[in-house]
Design a protein around this ligand. Structure first.
Ligand code: GAR
Length: 229
Protein backbone atom coordinates (compact mmCIF):
# COMPACT_ATOMS: atom_id res chain seq x y z
CA UNK A 1 0.00 0.00 0.00
CA UNK A 2 1.27 3.52 -0.78
CA UNK A 3 1.97 5.61 2.33
CA UNK A 4 -0.53 8.48 2.58
CA UNK A 5 0.80 11.79 1.16
CA UNK A 6 3.78 10.14 -0.61
CA UNK A 7 3.54 10.06 -4.40
CA UNK A 8 3.01 6.47 -5.47
CA UNK A 9 6.23 5.50 -7.25
CA UNK A 10 5.71 3.26 -10.28
CA UNK A 11 8.05 1.38 -12.59
CA UNK A 12 6.47 0.11 -15.80
CA UNK A 13 7.85 -2.86 -17.75
CA UNK A 14 7.16 -3.20 -21.47
CA UNK A 15 8.28 -5.31 -24.43
CA UNK A 16 6.77 -3.46 -27.38
CA UNK A 17 4.25 -0.83 -28.43
CA UNK A 18 3.46 0.29 -24.90
CA UNK A 19 -0.08 1.60 -25.31
CA UNK A 20 -0.99 0.47 -21.78
CA UNK A 21 2.19 2.13 -20.50
CA UNK A 22 1.10 5.35 -22.24
CA UNK A 23 -2.27 5.18 -20.48
CA UNK A 24 -0.46 4.70 -17.14
CA UNK A 25 2.00 7.59 -17.74
CA UNK A 26 -0.84 9.92 -18.80
CA UNK A 27 -2.80 9.04 -15.66
CA UNK A 28 0.22 9.71 -13.45
CA UNK A 29 0.74 13.05 -15.20
CA UNK A 30 -2.83 14.02 -14.30
CA UNK A 31 -2.38 16.53 -11.48
CA UNK A 32 -5.27 14.93 -9.61
CA UNK A 33 -3.38 11.64 -9.22
CA UNK A 34 -0.58 11.35 -6.68
CA UNK A 35 1.55 8.95 -8.72
CA UNK A 36 4.81 9.15 -10.60
CA UNK A 37 6.19 6.83 -13.26
CA UNK A 38 9.86 6.77 -12.26
CA UNK A 39 10.99 4.58 -15.15
CA UNK A 40 9.91 2.53 -18.12
CA UNK A 41 12.09 -0.55 -18.56
CA UNK A 42 12.08 -2.86 -21.57
CA UNK A 43 13.64 -6.25 -22.22
CA UNK A 44 13.76 -5.28 -25.92
CA UNK A 45 16.02 -2.44 -27.09
CA UNK A 46 13.72 -1.64 -30.04
CA UNK A 47 10.46 -1.45 -28.06
CA UNK A 48 8.51 1.43 -29.62
CA UNK A 49 7.16 2.47 -26.24
CA UNK A 50 10.64 3.48 -25.05
CA UNK A 51 10.78 6.36 -27.56
CA UNK A 52 7.41 7.69 -26.45
CA UNK A 53 8.33 7.45 -22.75
CA UNK A 54 11.65 9.24 -23.33
CA UNK A 55 9.81 12.04 -25.16
CA UNK A 56 7.61 12.44 -22.09
CA UNK A 57 10.68 12.95 -19.92
CA UNK A 58 10.34 9.55 -18.23
CA UNK A 59 13.58 7.66 -17.47
CA UNK A 60 13.97 4.68 -19.78
CA UNK A 61 16.17 1.62 -19.40
CA UNK A 62 16.82 -1.51 -21.42
CA UNK A 63 17.68 -4.79 -19.75
CA UNK A 64 17.91 -7.11 -22.73
CA UNK A 65 17.21 -10.75 -21.92
CA UNK A 66 19.49 -11.70 -24.82
CA UNK A 67 22.50 -10.47 -22.85
CA UNK A 68 22.03 -13.08 -20.10
CA UNK A 69 22.90 -16.78 -19.99
CA UNK A 70 19.83 -17.72 -17.94
CA UNK A 71 16.37 -16.55 -16.93
CA UNK A 72 17.63 -16.28 -13.33
CA UNK A 73 20.54 -14.00 -14.28
CA UNK A 74 18.27 -11.76 -16.37
CA UNK A 75 15.65 -11.51 -13.63
CA UNK A 76 18.28 -10.71 -10.99
CA UNK A 77 19.62 -7.78 -13.02
CA UNK A 78 16.11 -6.63 -13.93
CA UNK A 79 15.22 -6.62 -10.22
CA UNK A 80 18.33 -4.54 -9.48
CA UNK A 81 17.41 -2.04 -12.22
CA UNK A 82 13.88 -1.74 -10.82
CA UNK A 83 15.00 -1.49 -7.17
CA UNK A 84 17.18 1.52 -8.04
CA UNK A 85 13.92 3.48 -8.46
CA UNK A 86 12.45 2.28 -5.14
CA UNK A 87 8.96 1.79 -6.58
CA UNK A 88 5.86 1.09 -4.53
CA UNK A 89 4.51 -0.91 -7.47
CA UNK A 90 5.90 -2.53 -10.61
CA UNK A 91 3.38 -2.59 -13.45
CA UNK A 92 3.73 -5.09 -16.29
CA UNK A 93 2.21 -3.54 -19.43
CA UNK A 94 2.71 -5.89 -22.36
CA UNK A 95 5.87 -7.32 -20.77
CA UNK A 96 6.23 -10.62 -22.58
CA UNK A 97 8.62 -12.56 -20.35
CA UNK A 98 7.85 -15.37 -17.94
CA UNK A 99 9.29 -14.30 -14.58
CA UNK A 100 11.12 -16.59 -12.16
CA UNK A 101 9.61 -17.40 -8.73
CA UNK A 102 12.54 -15.54 -7.09
CA UNK A 103 11.68 -12.35 -9.01
CA UNK A 104 7.98 -12.65 -8.21
CA UNK A 105 8.77 -13.29 -4.54
CA UNK A 106 11.10 -10.26 -4.41
CA UNK A 107 8.22 -8.00 -5.52
CA UNK A 108 5.51 -9.91 -3.67
CA UNK A 109 2.34 -7.80 -3.36
CA UNK A 110 3.85 -5.04 -5.52
CA UNK A 111 3.91 -6.73 -8.95
CA UNK A 112 0.86 -6.20 -11.17
CA UNK A 113 0.09 -7.46 -14.69
CA UNK A 114 -2.51 -6.89 -17.38
CA UNK A 115 -3.57 -9.93 -19.38
CA UNK A 116 -5.83 -9.83 -22.45
CA UNK A 117 -8.38 -12.42 -21.34
CA UNK A 118 -11.01 -12.92 -18.70
CA UNK A 119 -8.83 -15.04 -16.42
CA UNK A 120 -8.86 -17.90 -15.55
CA UNK A 121 -9.86 -18.38 -19.21
CA UNK A 122 -7.07 -18.28 -21.80
CA UNK A 123 -3.81 -17.88 -19.91
CA UNK A 124 -0.68 -17.64 -22.08
CA UNK A 125 -0.39 -16.33 -25.62
CA UNK A 126 -2.84 -15.78 -28.52
CA UNK A 127 -5.81 -15.05 -26.29
CA UNK A 128 -7.90 -13.32 -28.99
CA UNK A 129 -7.34 -16.23 -31.35
CA UNK A 130 -8.39 -18.67 -28.64
CA UNK A 131 -11.53 -16.65 -27.89
CA UNK A 132 -12.55 -16.60 -31.56
CA UNK A 133 -11.74 -20.29 -32.01
CA UNK A 134 -13.98 -21.23 -29.10
CA UNK A 135 -16.81 -18.91 -30.14
CA UNK A 136 -17.11 -17.14 -26.79
CA UNK A 137 -19.47 -14.19 -27.03
CA UNK A 138 -17.72 -12.06 -24.43
CA UNK A 139 -13.98 -11.54 -24.34
CA UNK A 140 -12.14 -9.71 -21.62
CA UNK A 141 -9.05 -8.50 -19.84
CA UNK A 142 -7.75 -8.80 -16.30
CA UNK A 143 -5.47 -6.72 -14.08
CA UNK A 144 -4.04 -8.95 -11.36
CA UNK A 145 -1.26 -9.30 -8.82
CA UNK A 146 1.45 -11.60 -10.14
CA UNK A 147 2.15 -14.96 -8.49
CA UNK A 148 4.65 -17.61 -9.58
CA UNK A 149 1.83 -19.29 -11.58
CA UNK A 150 1.65 -17.77 -15.08
CA UNK A 151 -1.33 -15.45 -15.66
CA UNK A 152 -2.79 -16.21 -12.29
CA UNK A 153 -3.16 -14.21 -9.10
CA UNK A 154 -5.43 -11.96 -7.04
CA UNK A 155 -7.70 -10.02 -9.37
CA UNK A 156 -7.79 -6.22 -9.17
CA UNK A 157 -10.15 -5.58 -12.07
CA UNK A 158 -11.78 -7.24 -15.05
CA UNK A 159 -13.36 -5.86 -18.19
CA UNK A 160 -15.43 -7.33 -21.01
CA UNK A 161 -16.23 -6.59 -24.64
CA UNK A 162 -18.78 -8.25 -26.93
CA UNK A 163 -17.49 -10.50 -29.71
CA UNK A 164 -18.94 -9.71 -33.17
CA UNK A 165 -19.63 -12.37 -35.80
CA UNK A 166 -17.36 -10.58 -38.28
CA UNK A 167 -14.45 -10.08 -35.86
CA UNK A 168 -10.88 -10.67 -36.94
CA UNK A 169 -8.16 -11.10 -34.32
CA UNK A 170 -7.20 -7.43 -34.84
CA UNK A 171 -10.80 -6.20 -34.48
CA UNK A 172 -11.17 -8.01 -31.18
CA UNK A 173 -7.76 -6.98 -29.89
CA UNK A 174 -8.38 -3.29 -30.76
CA UNK A 175 -11.79 -3.32 -29.10
CA UNK A 176 -10.39 -4.88 -25.95
CA UNK A 177 -7.47 -2.44 -25.81
CA UNK A 178 -9.78 0.48 -25.04
CA UNK A 179 -11.02 -1.40 -21.97
CA UNK A 180 -7.45 -2.36 -20.98
CA UNK A 181 -6.43 1.30 -20.96
CA UNK A 182 -9.46 2.51 -19.00
CA UNK A 183 -9.04 -0.29 -16.49
CA UNK A 184 -5.29 0.14 -15.92
CA UNK A 185 -5.82 3.92 -15.51
CA UNK A 186 -8.40 3.27 -12.83
CA UNK A 187 -6.18 0.74 -11.04
CA UNK A 188 -3.33 3.29 -10.97
CA UNK A 189 -5.71 5.78 -9.33
CA UNK A 190 -6.69 3.21 -6.68
CA UNK A 191 -3.03 2.40 -5.99
CA UNK A 192 -2.11 6.09 -5.76
CA UNK A 193 -4.98 6.68 -3.36
CA UNK A 194 -3.73 3.84 -1.13
CA UNK A 195 -7.04 1.99 -1.34
CA UNK A 196 -5.73 -1.42 -2.40
CA UNK A 197 -5.07 -4.21 0.10
CA UNK A 198 -4.74 -7.99 -0.01
CA UNK A 199 -6.36 -10.04 2.74
CA UNK A 200 -5.09 -13.24 4.37
CA UNK A 201 -6.87 -15.28 1.68
CA UNK A 202 -5.04 -13.28 -0.99
CA UNK A 203 -8.19 -11.52 -2.15
CA UNK A 204 -8.03 -7.92 -3.28
CA UNK A 205 -9.97 -5.21 -1.48
CA UNK A 206 -10.26 -1.69 -2.84
CA UNK A 207 -11.61 0.57 -0.16
CA UNK A 208 -14.76 2.46 -1.13
CA UNK A 209 -15.14 0.82 -4.53
CA UNK A 210 -18.35 -1.10 -5.10
CA UNK A 211 -17.32 -2.97 -8.24
CA UNK A 212 -14.12 -3.50 -10.15
CA UNK A 213 -15.84 -4.62 -13.34
CA UNK A 214 -15.67 -2.67 -16.60
CA UNK A 215 -17.84 -3.04 -19.69
CA UNK A 216 -17.46 -1.63 -23.19
CA UNK A 217 -20.82 -0.22 -24.23
CA UNK A 218 -21.95 1.98 -27.11
CA UNK A 219 -21.23 4.91 -24.78
CA UNK A 220 -17.61 3.79 -24.28
CA UNK A 221 -16.00 2.05 -21.31
CA UNK A 222 -18.24 2.27 -18.28
CA UNK A 223 -16.31 2.80 -15.08
CA UNK A 224 -17.30 1.24 -11.81
CA UNK A 225 -19.66 3.11 -9.53
CA UNK A 226 -17.91 4.54 -6.52
CA UNK A 227 -19.51 4.29 -3.15
CA UNK A 228 -17.38 5.87 -0.46
CA UNK A 229 -17.63 4.24 2.91
C1 GAR B 1 -1.83 -5.88 -24.33
O1 GAR B 1 -2.97 -6.36 -24.97
C2 GAR B 1 -1.59 -6.64 -23.04
O2 GAR B 1 -2.77 -7.00 -22.37
C3 GAR B 1 -0.87 -7.87 -23.56
O3 GAR B 1 -0.01 -7.39 -24.55
C4 GAR B 1 -0.57 -6.21 -25.14
C5 GAR B 1 0.46 -5.13 -25.08
O4 GAR B 1 0.02 -3.99 -25.74
N1 GAR B 1 -0.17 -8.55 -22.52
C6 GAR B 1 0.03 -9.85 -22.51
O5 GAR B 1 -0.33 -10.59 -23.40
C7 GAR B 1 0.78 -10.37 -21.30
N2 GAR B 1 0.66 -11.78 -21.21
P1 GAR B 1 0.68 -2.59 -25.40
O6 GAR B 1 2.19 -2.79 -25.55
O7 GAR B 1 0.15 -1.67 -26.48
O8 GAR B 1 0.28 -2.20 -24.03
Amino acid sequence: MTPKNDACRLVVLISGRGSNMQAIVKTAQDTGVNARVCAVISNKPDAAGLVWAHEQGVDTRVVSHRDYPSREAFDADLARAIDAYEPHYVLLAGFMRVLTPAFVEHFNGRLINIHPSLLPAFPGLHTHQQALALGVQWHGCTVHFVTPVLDHGPILAQGIVPVMASDTINDLSDRLLSVEHAMYERVVRWLAEGRVTLDALQRVHVQGVATRSFVLTSQGVQSPEFCHE
